[in-house]
Ligand binder design. Sequence first.
Ligand code: NAD
Length: 492
Amino acid sequence: MTDTMARVASETDMTFEFPQQLFIDGAWTDAAAGDRFDVTNPATGAVLAQIADGRRDDARRALDVAVATQQAWADTPPRERSEILRRAYELILEHADELAMLITLEMGKPLADARGEVSYGAEFFRWFAEEAVRVGGDHTLSGDGKTRIIVTREPVGPCVVVTPWNFPLAMGTRKIGPALAAGCTVVFKPAEQTPLTALYLAHILSLAGLPDGVVNVVTTTTPAEVVGYWLDSGQARKLSFTGSTEVGRILLAQASKHVMRTSMELGGNAPFIVCSDADIDTAVEGAITAKMRNMGEACTAANRLYVHADVVEEFTRRFAERMAALRLGPGWEDGVQVGPLIDADALRKVESLVRDAVERGARVATGGESPSEGLLYPPTVLADVSPDCELASTEIFGPVAPVFTFTDDDEAVRRANDTEWGLVAYIFTRDIDRAFRLAGRLEVGMVGINTGLVSNPAGPFGGVKSSGIGREGGRWGIDEYLEYKYLAIPRR
Ligand code: NAD
């Protein structure tokens, strides 16, 4: 550790050092203008750290380094790249306690969830360590037999990586893992709410032996200035973004100037369909997972629960009982299952969506009232919700589950698809043919069948419609960071 790292002395009794500066060319450095900004703990409002606030000059320095390092990294033998990723995977697990605590402190999720994110996030490095040595090519003949066609795969080039606050570690590793495996360098801008985890990840990559300049991290309170510079420069070749559809649209427009490759993981509005023949135990368990992972602050969160009229009463009662039993509090306390929302705006949004639904006739089966202080919001189930409520067409991003009723499969599919988003859907039924039939008709990139969890490093994560472009994870994830090149050779 260097003297640029500060110790965490918080409400918890854990003490360790973590970086607070920009990471450029393998060195910890202050922002050129010397600015810093506060990172706060959403559970207490206390300032956790004051970290470097990068601007355009820092963005330029970081990108210049990534561009200058690109060729050497692309030329690094795949096995070496693979072993660095593998070491980084092991180091993440060795430092799992520190990483999980940083995630809990800056983002708010309970420590058990944060540990889950650390394992999930680490797995992308292990997976792509394995993919790094399996990037093949192809050889074929032209139709007339006169030309050999040799297809190679090459790194796209320097990548701009921009991530949200809800999975501060995993959203970074899910992009940086395949980028490094493919031979791309990176400039990385994490969310301003959760930069500490991202800086710690850079520290781990450096411990793992990543050469200087391959990954560069710029933390900032002016994302438009920093990312705008990178996209405008013409030097970066790829944008990999996870965040809201609203910001995604802005970045897509900016990336179009230099016709950059893009991977866009955007918002969701997931339908959760419980058929009349569903196993209700499984459906309730699935709803708890799909709704409450990350306090509902997940793009995959069940946003609209469509439950068949025959089972809606039983499902709602049992689901509400489970939701009511979840324990709220600061994430580092033992047994806490629901932490605070990320900030006051998020809390106000959730309160206003619930108020609107209740005014339009929804019945509160549990929750619905926020405690008088702090950013905690209780797990809430709303029954008899009218389809024209605001929360039916909005990404809720909080622990609120509206239950709608349907009477036949066609209606469920029509209503599930009646949204601009298409990230994930969940189906609960005992009939496998029905599950395949419904899955085939749903306009989404992923379907959970009798499960509330689809995120898996081995699967292709991503959406259709306004939920994005591209897939992350599995053997597909590395494709986003590779270009085809074809060599035509006359056959004599
Ligand atoms: P956000 O879009 O506000 O911010 C995401 C990132 O973009 C942050 O790093 C932010 O600093 C940056 N940013 C914001 N404005 C920018 C601008 N003008 N120019 C450049 N960068 C800018 O999203 P958020 O609130 O951090 O995250 C929540 C959103 O992320 C939700 O919509 C959620 O569905 C989505 N999300 C999607 C996935 C997925 O894989 N599909 C995963 C997690 C989160």
